[in-house]
Design a protein. Sequence first.
Lengths: 444, 212
Amino acid sequence: MTVTVELDDIQAAVLRYRPEPYYGTHILGHFDDAHAGRELLARLAPHIRSAAEWWQAGDTWTSVALSYTGLTALGVPQDSLRSFPDSFRQGMAARAEQLSDYGANDPQHWEPPFGSGDIHIGVSIFSSSPDKWRAALAAARHQFGELPGVTVLMAQDFGAQPDDRNSFGYKDLIGQPAIEGSGADPLPGQGRPIKAGEFILGYPGEAGVRYPMPYPEVLGRNGTFAGIRKYQSRVGAFNRFLGENAQTLQERELLAAKLVGRWRSGAPLTLAPEKDDPALGADPQRNNDFTYASDPHGREVPFGAHMRRMNPRDTNLAVLTDVNLHRIIRRGTTYGAPYDPDATSAQDDEIPRGILFIFLAARAMETIEFLQREWINDGNFTSLDDERDPLVGLQPKEQATFTIPKEPVRRRIHGIETFNVLRGGEYLFMPSLPALRWLAELGR
Amino acid sequence: MVTQTHPAASSALSPESRQKVKELRDLFADAPETARTALEDVIGEAASNESGQDESGTPVVSAGRIGLRQGKVSELTFIAPLSPDGAKRLRAALNLLHGNAHAADRVGTVHDMRFAFLENDTKLLFATAYDGDWDTYINDFATKIPAYMDLLFSAIADWPGIGDPSVKDVIAKYQIQVEAWYVANPDLTVVETRRLERVGQALEEFLDKVGQ
């Protein structure tokens, strides 16, 4: 497939898939003064790989992203700061209403440093080998540690889970959008490639026009917006739900599959409706190769299943929707203790483990706000009234349901709880490599 | 007729409500008798509804950037200047679509739409009730039904095209704040109404069979 995007200028993290197995660290930092911030960017820049030949990724890469307060702290000129979208300038905590982040997910319950405005920079290291990860982490720590004007607020290791499973025991991050002009052939089932402008700034999007981008051109072009959301997985509540609503081990695993649309192995219910097929789940050429044409009534994958909500594909939705406008590049990472199938207590809910969810898109803020309001914390778009996403939805205290279409009548489970609680988040801008150098040279 | 304190209006009212009632009576003091009598008939009930809530407890709130919202339903009302011959073209286009609102059916969030020409065909009054926020799906309209959107709204003098990023600003510019708005079923979306219709039909069929 031909390359029409400027891969040499785009950060590797935008296009490289999470490796298997994966190891890494997210570092969140604060610039005490503009000079130190620019110096850190100057030192990091040579270590940030481009997206060239991203599909051959197997190595280690580091990404850099900046918040609005970070760009301000770096001394980015006012006319440039004003060219960023309002939602980005406000930061994720201030967008709680648009994100439906209330109740247990309200920013007032977030862990520091989230929601404080102190997060200026996010640096993430991804690696397929523990040794290379540790070497890259040591180098990054060295760059941070040497600079007196830069403070590390949080360093969260991730990955290194048994069989790469997430905190609920699933293989995750299987479906990703194919991006037109990025150079690799789509995987089977990825659908038609989506216009590059939906994911990278400076290119036409699905409507044929470029979305507004930050000024000047060197700062905006080939960059993208990103968001981070830290979830605590309530594994006790999740296991209790499965146990209370299934009699046998087999029924429990089927219910777990209905929540997501995939068995924990990753095998989709569309291709393995009766029982798990681990070989299918492990095969990237097959595990995403389906449409919902054969499942128009949701009897295999419920309309409310996480996978079908987040990418409805050819589902006949009740509300007119262009599903290609609401896709995000997902770089979720699992942290903390591995999934424990025997955990059922309230204490188990608080054992640190969960998902640091990273998403990227040219309109990342608008897209995640749409997803949170329409596809995660509502069910109207697919005729499910108020029902919410079973995995990442914020469930109301009363009348929370999960509906499983069945013959002759559907099964509606009452009392589903919030399984992933939000503990923090921020909107970030992931600049191009030339933009990183431009930022490092501000004021010179 | 001498103004009498309505028995229901006085007893349980807070000082704020009593003040409001007094202001209303002052305003209506010079009104025709029909108006004054009508006011006294409804005053007790209206004044005791202090929070602006209807009986089911759904307040009228702002629908984000523009318009009002009640429960899940929002309204949008705007008056926009038309280009020369814009009214003529739009009238013909509306006649063409009359009885065939397939695109609006597909949208799935629109309860109603009204188009009226004002001031000798120089302006358009557009009023609609819909589910959710007015701009949530505007990008989707731009890629899924751009022709319908542009056919209906390109009569507006400075309509930039549904795909133009400035289209939201143009709509917001002409929006007018409505003073009051009533919604019978604020928690019923278009989608939910359709679902309940299907459930109702299925239930009636079931009852027909059981009752035979």
